[in-house]
Design a protein around this ligand. Structure first.
Ligand code: CUA
Length: 367
């Protein structure tokens, strides 16, 4: 059938309207995309500064820094090689059979092996032996990693998870700190991992195995670092809104440097040296700060939040949520949610700019 004029006209109109539709669709799409991205764009524009924190690449456990992680990483490679061998043999046998034994027209039914005892025993024994070997390696590693230190006096450290920060206590040394671990190289460490509220997970990916921090339970992890270095860790189990900002830094240092750190930690907080810092101290002690935080050498003795005696010497504020700067301290006190949504510390919107500067100057001076 031939096209009439009418048809051709309607075809043109159709083409025009489809072009218009396409433009509307495109415009709508771009608008929709912008609307969808708006909250993220706004959020990115107002994103607070963050301190450096680097626990290693996602394969950090495979670049071990401690003998304990080396053991785990070795076990991984043994398992990978075992699985690879099994995979190549099985996949190879399947591939070979598919090509070599594909049925051709007119061929008789192949020999059946059902009930063949030799074959059945063989293909039960092979996986059994493979699994026994894997089991042996695993038990050996678990035993090595979980064996208490040989030293009669390992250094005991309590790693206490809180929503959302880490408390580190050195019971034999009398040191209490937060979100920054110091350990001497060469010494055997016994971590007592506990929780003050919900279940957290304590992990320094390049140093030790991951372990849960359970309320009322003393979970043990052992590590002995051969060399000094800096290793970042975090909470690795969702524990509430602030879970992502429950980071900490581990500083492995020579015994002499560690002793100096301990000596410094045991000193009471520094006395303010400027009028601004002195005002900050007055404000701190005169407000509700003291109900949650302790600063040794002052009347502040709260135990709910991190001990702030030497807060100015730490790598970050708020368990890695903000950098250790006066500005970040001011912003944090004004509204902790800016750095850590869900933070349990209340905002202090009534402090004036001068008050905030004074508080930040005081806290920053607590080296
Ligand atoms: Cu604590 Cu996640």
């Amino acid at each position: 059938m031939r096209w009439t004029g009418q048809d051709s006209a309607s075809r043109t109109t159709g083409a025009r309207s489809s072009l218009r539709n396409r433009r509307i669709l495109l415009g709508g799409g771009v608008l929709g995309l912008l609307l969808a991205l708006a909250p993220s764009l706004a959020l990115a524009a107002g994103n607070p500064p963050r301190p450096d924190w680097n626990p290693g690449a996602p394969w950090a456990p495979l670049t071990p820094a401690s003998p304990e992680m080396l053991e785990i990483s070795n076990l991984f490679w043994v398992m990978l090689v075992l699985s690879a061998i099994v995979f190549v043999i099985v996949a190879g046998a399947i591939g070979f059979s598919v090509f070599r034994f594909t049925a051709k027209p007119g061929q008789p039914e192949p020999t059946q092996v059902f009930g063949n005892r030799t074959v059945e025993v063989t293909w039960t024994l092979i996986p059994f032996v493979v699994l026994i070997v894997a089991f042996g390696f695993t038990v050996h590693s678990i035993h090595d990693i979980n064996t208490p230190p040989k030293a009669s006096h390992p250094l005991n450290i309590i790693a206490m998870g809180h929503q959302w920060w880490w408390e580190f206590d050195y019971p034999t040394l009398g040191v209490t700190t937060a979100n920054e671990l110091h350990i001497p190289a060469g010494r055997e460490i016994h971590f007592h991992v506990e929780s003050a509220d919900v279940i957290h997970s304590f992990w320094i990916p390049r140093l030790q195995r991951q372990i849960d921090a359970n309320p009322g339970q003393d979970n043990a992890v052992f590590v002995q670092m051969p060399r000094p270095g800096v290793y970042d860790g975090a909470c690795y189990e969702y524990c509430g809104t602030g879970h992502a900002w429950m980071k900490f830094r581990t500083i492995v240092q020579p015994q002499a440097a560690f002793n100096a750190w301990v000596k410094h930690q045991l000193q009471p907080a520094a006395t303010p040296k400027t009028a601004l810092a002195a005002l900050g101290k007055k404000l701190f002690l005169g407000n509700t700060c003291v109900q949650c935080h302790a600063i040794s050498g002052t009347s502040a003795g709260g135990t709910v939040g991190p001990n702030l005696t030497h807060v100015g010497s730490r790598w970050a504020i708020a368990a890695g949520a903000g950098p250790m700067t006066k500005q970040a301290l001011m912003d944090w006190i004004h509204d902790p949610n800016y750095f850590k949504p869900g933070a349990l510390m209340p905002p202090f919107p009534l402090f004036s700019q001068k008050d905030l500067q004074a508080l930040a100057a005081y806290l920053y001076s607590l080296k």
